[in-house]
Design a protein around this ligand. Structure first.
Ligand SMILES: [Zn+2]
Length: 207
């Protein structure tokens, strides 16, 4: 059995969406051995910085939040598809011949995984592909950058996925992952009443 880490490291200098300073985590040491006998750290962090799950509340008013998810969604088989040749957006024509079935969790490896800094022209999931995946009834879709869409007005890709109860997993790192089927574990932290949650996402490869 091999465990492949596909998560971003949370650190002050990490890459964040559109390089916005406010999205960078702030670390603060709140207890020190000399003064307090122990060492403790506080972190201020936007829930969309780092590898995270978007719940429907992210773009759907009164949508389901982090309280409502069944944990089966976050543990189970996932199919990694290599779309490194896609230059701009993953469209329906790029994925329609893939073996994708109801209940699948699909992860798209793109040229985003080759770049560590934020790419304003990152490869995203186009609406026609998102609609196709939502119609199939997959349980989740993951992408190797901090957004599943780029600058689409009114974020239709998010909406069609989240309205279809498709969990979105953003901020994956897949450069070292080959196309194939793995067990995905991406349990969200148990933070109540929020629209997103951090996760340590890993792929388990049975050998
Ligand atoms: Zn997000």
């Amino acid at each position: 059995m091999k465990i492949i880490d596909i998560s971003m490291a949370i650190e002050p200098t990490m890459t964040v969406y559109k390089n916005k300073e406010a999205k960078k985590p702030k670390f603060h040491q709140s207890a020190f051995f000399d003064a307090n006998g122990v060492y403790e750290t506080d972190i201020t962090l936007n829930l969309h910085s780092g590898t995270h799950i978007d719940f429907p509340l992210h773009t759907i008013p009164r949508g389901k939040n982090s309280n409502h998810e069944v944990l089966d969604t976050f543990i189970g088989d996932a199919k990694v598809f290599d779309l490194s040749h896609v230059a701009d957006a993953i469209c329906l024509s790029d994925i329609k011949d893939f073996s994708i079935e109801q209940g699948d969790f699909v992860l798209f490896k793109t040229r985003n995984s080759q770049i560590e800094e934020f790419d304003f022209n990152f490869v995203y999931l186009a609406l026609d592909a998102a609609t196709y995946l939502s119609d199939i009834g997959i349980r989740g879709v993951g992408i190797d950058t901090l957004g599943i869409e780029r600058n689409q007005p009114n974020h239709p890709t998010h909406d069609v996925l989240l309205l279809g109860d498709v969990i979105i997993l953003e901020g994956l790192r897949l450069r070292h992952v080959q196309e194939g089927t793995y067990e995905l574990i991406c349990l969200p932290l148990k933070i109540s009443n929020v629209e997103a949650s951090l996760t340590r996402a890993v792929l388990v490869q049975r050998t």
